[in-house]
Each structure stands twice: as C-alpha cells, then as structure tokens.
Design a protein around this ligand. Structure first.
Ligand code: SF4
Length: 363
C-alpha cells in the first residue's frame, strides 16, 4: 500500500467511524466549503455512514456555481461578437444564462469558443487568431487565480496584443465571513478547502474561531482526511476550545504558497464582487491591476455586467448557502437534471445538485 492509498484504508476508516460514533454525542452541522470535498463525501459513501448526530451541509465551494447570473450573461454576450474568441475551461460550457442560452448553444449559433485545459493554452488560441481578441474566462477561486496571473504576465512578455482575461475570480475567506454573519445559516463547524488553502494557507480563516467561536479544519480529500477532520471538530466542540486546525500539512503550509500569492498580488487587486445567491461581498473578487489594464477584458468597449434576474425557479442561491438541500428544490430531478440543467449547481461536476443526483441512492 502506498502512502496515497493509506488515506483510503478501509480498516482505518472503520476504526475512525467507530470512534466518531462514540465521541460525536453532541449534534452539529458541518459545512464543507469545497466542491471537491462534496463529491468525495458522496463518492466514498461517507455521507450515509456518518453518525446521526452529524449533519452534512454543502457549501459555496464550486466556482462555476457561484459565478453570478450577470457574469454568465456578460460572457454569453461576448460570445456573440465577431471580433472575439472565447477560451474557457469546459465546465462553463453548459452553465445556463438568460433564455436558456449557454456557451454550447452560442457555439452552435456560430460563436467562436475554444475549450482549453490551462490558461496558458489560451495564449496559443490568441496566437492562432491574430484578427480577433481572445478572451480567457477567469472563473475560479484562489486555486486558479495564480495560474491566470502568471498567464497574463507571460502574455506581456510575449507582447501578445490580442489576449485578455475576463476576471470573475472569487476569494473564499470573504464568502465564509458573509455566511457566518447570516443569522439563518446555523453552521457549527467547517471543513476548509485543501486546494485553496494550499495557496493562501490556514491563517486567513482564523476569524472563524476567534470571532465566531467555530471549529474549522483544513483537510484533504480522502476518506481518512475527512473522518479525521470530523473527529478533530468533535473534540474541539467537546473541549469548548474552537480553533482553525491545519490537518493537511502534507500539502498546506500555514502561510500557503508565497510564490503563487506573489504573482496573484502582482496582477490582481481585491475588489467587491457579485456571487450567485450571496450578492455583493466586500473584497471577495479579483480585478486586474491598472498596470495590466491592456489584458483586462472588462475594459474593452461595450463590456459590462448586465442586470439579470435569478433563473426562474432555481434555488442554487439557497443551496450554496446551505439553507436548502439540493433535493429540497422543487425542480430537482424533475425539470432539472444533468441532461436538462436549470441551474449551474446541476451542471458542474463539483455542484451540490449534481452530486445529489449522481449519488441519490445514498440520500
Ligand atoms: S435542482 Fe436545479 S434548479 Fe434546483 S437548485 Fe439545483 S440546479 Fe438550481
């Protein structure tokens, strides 16, 4: 057994689950912030094995899902322009916008949309389309932003004049601050995202324990990681000493990755940003700095965020805040399925609704 497989070891999982059954005698609701954790909790079968005292709530940790309706409308609008090529990760292709349009339907209508696997690939798209401006759709959390920032720096080094980024990046700690400030949320503890934390470290989450008295654990994505985090939370609740614990030290340093943070800070500046379901959150987005304005798609003439109402009937906003389970949405598995998604939470592989649909036998 290699060290990676050890984090899935069934005997160890059983032992931790038995401990959790004994020790989790006070009920609590925990939210995992990251969509990868959501999928892992379902995929490993943990959700159905947790003690009755522990309630699992999905959170806002899917970047595609938290992209606001107005931001979706903005890039769908760009897709209609003859002078633009959009470069995007594939997970945005089916996200519904106004009137049921998405990038796939736009492509069928003649829009030039290229799916790329890394932001750097978008530079090749720009080089291959000299008569048009290639715009990379910058959707993601702190995990994605450093690579996009490095790509903008590279575009400058290559003197590429027809490459820009539409920066809709979001920052996780301000979203958590907004969630815990909401009196209707009722979350008692957090499992914090491993990938985002690899960039920012554990320190930015300190306010959860210090200001709100909530235990929180940065952890990995294997069953043993998640069970260990829940045991840690259980112990903190029993002792009455909440803290932010980094249990993912094999990947996450306390202060994160200084090189990634430096390139992110060089190119981006924090700004207030729109989140689906959460509204405008102070300091929760990243704009491109003035020094890199030539690479900012939001500064192109005619580009703006239109006022767009929420998708009719879709409860993604409440799902993202943990106020409603996906299967409590009246459209779940009726009008809204992965084949006919009404909202982004049913489209994205990290979306709560898609996870509930895929693993529904475990509900
Ligand atoms: S089931 Fe569909 S419509 Fe309902 S919240 Fe989820 S994505 Fe939105």
């Amino acid at each position: 057994m290699n060290s990676f497989e050890a984090f899935k070891d069934p005997a160890l999982c059983r032992a931790l689950l038995e401990r959790l059954q004994k020790e989790a005698d006070t009920p609590y609701r925990f939210m995992e912030v990251c969509g990868t954790h959501t999928v892992s909790i379902f995929q490993s079968g943990l959700r159905s094995l947790l003690p009755q005292t522990i309630t699992h709530v999905t959170g806002p940790g899917c970047p595609v899902c938290v992209t606001h309706e107005s931001e979706v409308a903005c890039f769908l609008d760009l897709a209609t322009r003859d002078d633009i090529v959009l470069a995007t990760f594939g997970d945005l292709m089916r996200v519904p916008g106004p009137k049921g349009k998405n990038l796939k339907t736009a492509q069928a209508d003649g829009a030039r949309v290229e799916v790329v696997y890394s932001p750097v690939d978008a530079l090749a798209v720009a080089a291959a389309n000299p008569g048009r401006t290639t715009i990379f759709l910058g959707v993601g959390f702190e995990t994605t932003a450093p690579a996009v920032a490095a790509t903008i720096r590279l575009a400058r080094e290559q003197n590429l004049k027809n490459f820009r980024v539409l920066s809709f990046h979001k920052l996780v700690p301000p979203a958590l601050a907004a969630l815990v400030a909401d009196p209707d949320i009722n979350i008692d503890a957090f499992i914090l995202p491993g990938h985002v934390s690899a960039i920012i470290g554990a320190a930015p989450y300190g306010f959860l324990a210090e200001k709100h008295g909530l235990p929180a654990v940065v952890t990995g994505f294997e069953p043993l990681d998640i069970l260990s985090a829940l045991l840690e939370i259980t112990a903190m609740r029993a002792s009455g000493r909440p803290a932010v614990v980094n249990a993912y030290t094999r990947v996450v340093a306390h202060d994160g990755n200084p090189v990634a943070r430096a390139v992110m800070d060089e190119v981006f500046i924090p700004v207030d940003a729109l989140w689906r379901g959460l509204g405008v959150l102070p300091g929760s987005g990243l704009d491109i700095r003035e020094e890199f304005a030539d690479f900012d798609a939001l500064r192109l003439p005619g580009v703006s965020l239109p006022d767009v109402p929420p998708l009719a009937g879709c409860r993604c906003g409440e799902v993202l805040k943990g106020k409603r389970a996906p299967n409590e949405c009246p459209l779940f598995d009726k009008a809204c399925t992965p084949a006919t998604p009404v909202g982004p939470c049913m489209v994205s592989t990290e979306g709560g609704c898609a996870a509930y649909h895929k693993y529904r036998l475990e509900l």
